[in-house]
Design a protein around this ligand. Structure first.
Ligand SMILES: Nc1ncnc2c1ncn2[C@@H]1O[C@H](COP(=O)(O)OP(=O)(O)OP(=O)(O)O)[C@@H](O)[C@H]1O
Length: 699
């Protein structure tokens, strides 16, 4: 009786090509070919020199055209050509089919056949057919045992037999990428495999945090499966200490996929929606996005967080404390009144740019308004969006929500974009329209799997793929399955240091837009300072007073290790951790006040030490370059000469590079930007003293 499987297995077709399959076949074909050529040559009375010429030509061509062949292989191939040429010349001269000639030919053919492995190209071996899956006709040309096993899993789950063409282990281990050809009968598409990804992970018994990601290969009949076999989602992805300029026109790095490749987002083109329950790592992700946008020399960051401006506080801290003159966040709205003014002005700016941007687009031959430091993008980041994004929200918050939808609809091209975040993804927290307008969707742990389905419009997503805090799914294309990734971790101390270093160099709103903003925009910093200082007063009163701060270290000892500095790999379910933290923090003296885990998780930032103006000016002088000659830097800082520069920077333990480098056609010694940035960090973190003479420098 024929089984269903047998019906689906493609019948092997006849192969009419003359390509030899084995070494013996190749030797036999060559011997027969030479015999035939010499017979025809004798009939046509060809000169014996033709045989010699063909042999020499073939040997020479071997050295020129052979790829991935070892030296021994090249000599082997050349020897075959010379042997064949010599024998053919002999046969042309003496006439074919003498007994000695045929004997020599047979011996030569045997020797060539035995030596064939020497001449094989380096990956030929891998292309040899390996064993077929038991009971099937499939031939796994590559992929070996793993490929066979996965072809069998795929068959078990989808009832289709694929041909695995390669299995490539990931460079850093922890999984492999498998490429497979789908059956030629057209009964299945890559979508079948996409829909079966979580079942495949189950059948393969992959560990928690591991899974299968399916993508289209080089053509419609090829599928690529990224299979993770070691849970790397618990690893900490640390952020390189780099504050060099970026651009909103280029992809920005957010973290790492399971296969170790970077996750990047192109925010010039797409709005973003970030969803995650409390404790999912959403705040860290928003902080990371803020940092990346602050590094963009062509982007202004506007924050809306109507729940007390929490998203902006650490970033504004050095400015509120008077350590820097300009806030890193260009505009922060901690209440609905400020937020509505912000979104109205943003929309007005977009409308004006629509009218005036035509020429710029034509000049730049671009459909999108060309964004640059002189015409910056405005990115409005909205945290805890439920209060504004939920359909039916009334009052000022509701108006803010409507305006944000309008911006999403109409302003992206004109360089006004939105990153919104919320705790839940349901039809009552984020409207379907808003969701659709956000081309980039990111979701961390949420209360229900149905929220993932609502957000991504994708049926089979498993929360087991994002097992720990800081893990998210990302989707930039509704047709593609969301991919799990681990966000890079940004410690709060790095945020304050970055705010100090980046604030001064932030771009300014273009004049036309600033005019539209009028007095409301011009006076935003006064209102921000007053609003955030008022929030400080509220918080101090409600949450933590001085005695409690002194009490806190004693209570901290009872916090579960996972919430301290323990390794990320050991994190348990975030909800559970938060519950345990709450228990550990239940105060004995004042039961009505409960210190939440957030307090523990987000320690107060270290005190900021002002950066010497000399250093900030020097860092700015590099622009987008990484190195600068000493003479140029000294001139930029209006210093008498490079020796004075060396004295002042040397006092901050910043020294010129030990070798000369080329800039502007000249080879000179000079400084590296990252050394100056490291000194700035050391100063803000209190590791480096600043002598008075360095502070005394004025531009
Ligand atoms: N990508 C990450 N890698 C490692 N640790 C992280 C990561 N993201 C967050 N954490 C840690 O997890 C804890 C919770 O993170 P975070 O505050 O970002 O969560 P949240 O979802 O915003 O929660 P809440 O809304 O309560 O603030 C923090 O202590 C933070 O140190």
């Amino acid at each position: 009786m024929k089984t269903k499987t047998a019906k689906k297995t493609p019948a092997p077709g006849l192969d009419w090509t003359l390509r030899p399959r084995t070494a013996a076949g190749m030797a036999t074909q060559s011997v027969l070919g030479m015999t035939a050529v010499s017979a025809v040559g004798n009939v046509c009375e060809m000169h014996w020199a033709l045989g010699v010429g063909a042999g020499l030509l073939g040997a020479a061509a071997t050295f020129v055209t052979s790829q991935r062949v070892s030296m021994t292989g090249l000599y082997y191939r050349a020897a075959c050509w010379l042997g064949a040429g010599g024998w053919t010349a002999w046969a042309l001269e003496a006439g074919p089919f003498h007994r000695e000639q045929l004997g020599v030919l047979a011996l030569g053919g045997l020797a060539a056949g035995l030596g064939a492995p020497l001449g094989r190209a380096k990956n030929d071996e891998a292309q040899q057919p390996t064993a077929a899956a038991p009971g099937t006709d499939i031939v796994l040309r590559q992929g070996g045992e793993i490929g066979m096993r996965w072809a069998s899993y795929i068959h078990r789950v989808t009832n289709m037999w694929v041909q695995v063409t390669s299995v490539q282990p990931w460079p850093q281990g922890g999984g492999f990428t498998l490429t497979a050809l789908l059956p030629l009968d057209g009964t299945h598409t890559v979508a079948t495999l996409k829909g079966a990804a979580d079942r495949l992970a189950t059948v393969a018994r992959l560990p928690i945090g591991c899974g299968v990601e399916v993508a289209l290969g080089e053509h419609r009949g090829e599928a690529v499966l990224r299979v993770s076999t070691v849970n790397r989602m618990g690893d900490m992805v640390s952020l390189p200490e780099d504050y060099s300029p970026l651009s909103i026109n280029r992809p920005l790095p957010l973290g790492m996929y399971r296969d170790g490749s970077p996750v990047t987002v192109l925010l010039r083109e797409l709005a973003m929606l970030v969803i995650g329950a409390r404790g999912s790592g959403k705040t860290n992700l928003l902080d990371l996005l803020t940092l990346l946008l602050l590094r963009c020399s062509d982007t202004l960051v506007w924050h809306i967080d109507m729940n007390g401006g929490g998203m902006s506080q650490v970033w504004l801290h050095p400015w509120i404390e008077g350590d820097i003159d300009r806030p890193a966040i260009d505009w922060a709205a901690p209440n609905p009144e400020e937020a509505i003014q912000m979104v109205q002005i943003a929309m007005n700016i977009a409308r004006a740019r629509k009218r005036t941007g035509r020429k710029l687009k034509v000049q730049a031959d671009s459909k999108l308004l060309p964004i640059s430091p002189g015409l910056p993008e405005i990115v409005i980041m909205v945290d805890e969006g439920k209060s504004v994004l939920a359909p039916g929200t009334r009052g000022t918050a509701g108006q803010v929500g409507k305006k944000l939808e309008e911006i999403l609809d109409q302003a992206r091209n004109e360089g006004v974009n939105i990153i919104a975040s919320g705790l839940r993804a349901t039809s009552t927290t984020v409207s379907a329209d808003f969701k659709v307008q956000c081309g980039l969707k990111i979701c961390g742990r949420v209360q229900k799997e149905s929220e993932l389905q609502y957000l991504f419009g994708w049926d089979r997503i498993d929360l087991a793929d994002i097992p720990s805090v800081g893990c998210f799914f990302i989707q930039a294309d509704d047709e593609e399955a969301p991919r799990p990734f681990k966000a890079a971790f940004l410690p709060p101390s790095r945020m304050t240091a970055a705010a100090v270093m980046l604030a001064e160099g932030r771009p300014r709103l273009d004049e036309a837009a600033a005019r539209i903003g009028g007095q409301v925009y011009a006076q935003r910093h006064e209102r921000m300072r007053a609003a955030f200082l008022a929030l400080d007063d509220d918080e101090d009163g409600d949450v933590l007073d001085v005695e409690e701060v002194q009490e806190a270290p004693r209570r901290l000892h009872s916090v579960p290790a996972e919430l301290g500095t323990g390794s990320a790999g050991s994190w348990a379910n975030p909800q559970e951790l938060r519950q345990r933290a709450r228990t550990a923090y239940t105060p004995t003296a004042a039961p009505e006040r409960v210190f939440t885990a957030e307090r523990v998780d987000r320690p107060e930032p270290a005190p900021i030490r002002p950066l010497p103006p000399l250093l900030t000016a020097a860092i700015r002088a590099f622009g987008t370059d990484t190195r600068m000659h000493s003479e140029d830097l000294a001139a930029h800082l209006s210093l008498d000469n490079k020796h004075r520069l060396a004295e002042l920077l040397g006092a901050l333990e910043v020294y010129p590079l030990g070798h000369a480098f080329e800039r502007g056609g000249r080879q000179r010694r000079g400084y590296e930007r990252k050394d100056l940035e490291a000194a700035a960090r050391a100063i803000t973190e209190g590791r480096q003293d600043v002598p008075d003479e360095v502070y005394a420098w004025a531009s």
